[in-house]
Structure formats: C-alpha cells, structure tokens
Design a protein around this ligand. Structure first.
Ligand SMILES: *Cc1c(COP(=O)(O)O)cnc(C)c1O
Length: 395
C-alpha cells in the first residue's frame, strides 16, 4: 500500500505473492481427469440430468448422511428453494444471522417474508440457541443457521429449540461440506441442508452449482418440484417454481473432485493446525485472536479467521497486502446494515457482536495447496506487524 511500508519490508516484494486462494493449483493436478469427464459429457450430448448428476446426488447424500440430495443451480438457489418448499405467508418471520454471505438473507426477502436477524457468539461467529431465542416470536416459521467458515453452529441445541416450537431449520452449509457436529454431518440436522459448489468453497465446481439435502422424502419431492417450475407431470404446473438445475458438466467435474474431497479437507485441517502451532511459537496466540475450535465440531476450515483487536485490523491488512500476502475480510458490512435492507430498520449497535466481528475479523490463506513456505511467510508477515511496531507507524 503506502511506500513507507514497502521500503520498510525490504526485499519481500521480490518474492512471489501468496494468494488468498489459488484454484488453479488444485485443478492442475486433476486436469486430465476433469478434461476427460467434460469430454464425455460433450460427446453424450446430454447437458442436463443424467448419470453424472445422479451419481453426485448420491455421493453428497452419503457424506451428508441424508436419504436425499437434490441438485440445483447454486447455493443461493438451494436456500431459496428450501424456503419456497415451506409455502410461507407474508407475515412469517425467518431468523437468519447478519454475519454471513448475502444469500442467507436475500432468499427471505425474495419471498416477501420478514427477515429477523440474530446476533452471533463472539467465539464461533455463529448464531446460537440464545441469540435465536432472543428474537423468536410466535410468527417465527424457520431459522437458517449458517455453519460459518466451515465450523458447525451448535446445531443440536438449535434443532431442539426449533423442534419444541414447530420451527423449521434450514442449515446453510455452503461453507461446511464434510463438517460435522457430535459426529453427525452438516446438512443432516435440519429439515433441509443447503450446499454451494461455488469455486471458492471446499468442493468447488468450474462454475455455479448447489445441492439440497434432506431426510424427509416428502420434502425432497417438493424441493424437486420447485426446482423444476413446479411442473409435474410435464407441462402441468402444480405450483409456481423456478428453473434451477445443476449442469451435467459441473456434476462431472464435481464427481472427479469428490474423489479428492477427503484429502482437500485434511490439508485444510493440517494447515489450520500448523497456524496454531506457528502463531503460538511466535508468542502471538494471545494477542492475536485465533479462531475458536468448538470441541464438538469437526471443522473443515473453509476460512481461517483472525480477530484483530485494538482497532488495528485495517493496518494489519495493509501491512500484509504490502508484502503481497493475500488476506480478506469476510464480511466487512453486516447484512442488517446493508443499504438494501435499510427499510428493516436495524440501527447501528443493534447487533453488537456482529458489528464487532465485522470490524475485527481478517482472513488469511488456508487453501489445501498452500505450500509450507507460503504459510511461513503469512505467519512472518503477521508477526512482523506485531513485533516490529508497524501498526504504530500505520496508526
Ligand atoms: C457461498 C455461500 C452461499 C451462496 O452460494 P452460491 O453457490 O454462491 O450461490 C450462501 N451462503 C453462504 C454462507 C455462502 O458462503
């Protein structure tokens, strides 16, 4: 960023940048398999449905420990379809976190229902039974807990709370494929689980894709119906659905990647463990807010977050950027403070933990193909910020 920073960091600019994520590295290793899989689809002339899509649905159902998995065009559509299948009334309230990606809340808005934001637990960044209970009313129809950054929310408690009140639970597991809580997979706890295959997710396609998981056979039928224009049989429309399909080419790519998902996840977990060791080795574990690891959760580390206190987050970000170390803020503006939701009337300060997280959080690279040397550079970059007083200069 600033010239004083780049001169202060000496010759680090000669080193290649450390990307926050490099999808090409993973794809390079499997490119022959992927090309062959795509070629087969091209030759088949069948670009929607078919055995590749069915195979992927079965495999996703298996790892999510559900009876059914229904493919759709994106994670955003999965959330929208799950809500559509509930046949909501305009008065209905849906509880969602504000500290999440936009799609968790926009689906509620699209259906004309009321978005109710819940605050988060400052340790996990996830909504909890308590933050949900605080905003539950007799009009609450559904809750969409998000398993943020790859770690499950306390989904056992949330589901128990919801079941006692006849509230539907839709898990937003877009960042949490392969994660688990008390040994049970993300996506199998709620009435519906929603997955995304956006390229930056732990299982990323080469385009868009999504999946809905459920143990409820009737729900599975409704999800399929809504994803196919509400059409059953052909040209007879029972309800007004949408067109949301997973391209066969994407399914073919994802089937290749599914063979490697366990190893991708393990590498993310290993990288996380190394960060914990390296930051404690550097004596920074206290000062730097390391991510909290819920002992009941099997974390799949879609993101590795630091909590940077004392108003230094943006300075640390600039410091890392000046050394060409990739970092990012997920998410800089909470949803309840987005312009498009201004009419909901959430003032600043209404969700204090959410707002604090948006001011303090910073994400550093954790993707599976990151090298040991790159990881050392990330840690050295963060350490130099604290130890060499860059934040004082930046302030
Ligand atoms: C990525 C993401 C989505 C949306 O998925 P798309 O496939 O990009 O539509 C929804 N919720 C969360 C938490 C996400 O991270």
């Amino acid at each position: 960023m600033s010239s004083s920073n780049s001169s202060a960091t000496g010759n680090t600019s000669k080193l290649p940048p450390v990307p926050l994520l490099d999808v090409n590295r993973g794809n390079w290793e499997i490119r022959d398999e992927v090309r062959e899989a795509i070629s087969k689809v091209v030759d088949s002339g069948r670009f929607l449905h078919g055995p590749d899509v069915e195979k992927l649905e079965q495999r996703i159902a298996e790892i999510c420990q559900t009876k059914h998995a229904i493919s759709c065009a994106s994670g955003s559509d999965a959330l929208l379809l799950a809500l559509m299948a509930l046949e909501l009334e305009p008065d209905d309230e849906i509880i969602v976190p504000s500290f999440t990606f936009f799609a968790t809340a926009s689906c509620v808005w699209r259906l004309g229902c009321k978005i109710v934001f819940a605050d988060i637990d400052p340790k996990t960044y996830n909504v909890t039974e308590a933050t949900i209970a605080a905003v539950t009313t007799p009009k609450t129809r559904a809750i969409i807990p998000v398993h943020l950054f790859g770690q499950c929310a306390q989904i056992d408690r949330i589901c128990r709370f919801a079941a006692e009140r006849n509230i539907v639970v839709i898990e937003d597991a877009a960042q949490a494929i392969g994660a688990a809580y008390h040994g049970r997979a993300a996506g199998c706890w709620g009435d519906v689980g929603c997955l995304s295959f956006y390229p930056t997710k732990n299982l990323g396609s080469m385009g868009d894709g999504g999946m809905m998981t459920t143990n409820d056979t009737k729900m599975a039928e409704r999800l399929k119906l809504y994803a196919n224009h509400g059409m059953q049989p052909r040209y007879y429309h029972q309800v007004v659905g949408i067109n949301s399909r997973l391209d066969t080419i994407q399914a073919a790519v994802l089937n290749v990647k599914m063979d490697h998902l366990a190893s991708y996840t393990q590498k993310r977990r290993d990288n996380a463990t190394k960060y914990f060791e390296m930051f404690s080795g550097a004596g920074l574990a206290e000062e730097l807010g390391m991510p909290y690891r819920d002992p009941a959760a099997y974390h799949v580390w879609n993101q590795f977050s630091l909590r940077v206190q004392g108003g230094r987050r943006d300075a640390l970000r600039q410091h890392l950027q000046s050394q060409q170390i990739g970092c990012e803020i997920y998410y800089p503006v909470p949803l309840h403070r987005q312009q498009c939701f201004a009419s909901l009337g959430y003032a600043e300060g209404s969700l204090p933990e959410t707002e604090r997280a948006t001011r303090e959080i910073l994400h550093i690279p954790i993707y599976p193909e990151m090298t040991a040397m790159e990881q050392e550079r990330v840690v050295a970059g963060v350490t130099s910020f604290y130890r060499e007083g860059y934040y004082r200069k930046a302030a």
